[in-house]
Design a protein around this ligand. Sequence first.
Ligand SMILES: [Zn+2]
Length: 280
Amino acid sequence: MRRPGRLTPAARCRTPAAAALAGVLLLAGCAQSVDPIERLGKKAAQGVRSPGPATGQPYRRWGLNAPLAPAPKPAARPLPAGTAGRPLPPVLDHVTTSDPVVFLTYDDGAERDPRFIDMVRDLRLPVSFFLTDSVVGPGYGHFARLRSVGADVQNHTLDHPALGGLPYAGQRAEICGQQDKLKSRFGVRPRLFRPPYGTYDTTTLRAAADCGIAAVILWRAAMGADTLDYVRGDKRLSPGDIILVGPDESTGPTLRERTTRLLRRVQSAGLTVGRLEDYL
Ligand SMILES: [Zn+2]
């Protein structure tokens, strides 16, 4: 699925230059990257069991001790989609709201476990996927199925470069190009954009605005194998936090397991999962 001679985003994460660009903020998103497809193959070979057939309480099937509370209807008006000449989009790792919600976001599109679709459907999880075209490759069907059960698909560039410092034309091509790809795949032009590694500059924001992006999305906390690492602020979940469910390790828990561990933390904080785009 990879193009010959091109680095995967995970490989890029491991290069010193990428690591330097990524910085501390990105450690959770890069340092542990290992090809998740390879990992999924290993898990299958090891006979890791999926949750059983769809019987009983959905929340129990997915490892929760209580149902996930439905998200309230947000009062906020959505931001208008950006157009050429509009002000620069806001850069957000947190949404100002008093609703008891956090937002779950996933990057790149390498992990494509069919059972995760079942989990999103059963738990009615309004999660957001930021997709990179060169990582998703022929796998867009998986994300179409995720959309059909309530997930959102957003922009994470065509080829996952660190954008900061690149010329406007190159940044615009990466962002607008993926807008076009996602529009042709799903019929909807994303309103939200996450820059690879969380790195960007003013040119990125101008290019994003010109590509119709309404908000640039970072994260206040990143879920690793079993830890929630905070980028800034209080080391506890608060209403409005945007959480990155980080890349996996070859020996780490599956996407489903990491999500369950995060949901338990969300529930224990008295929170539930909201749909990010409803609040922006
Ligand atoms: Zn990424």
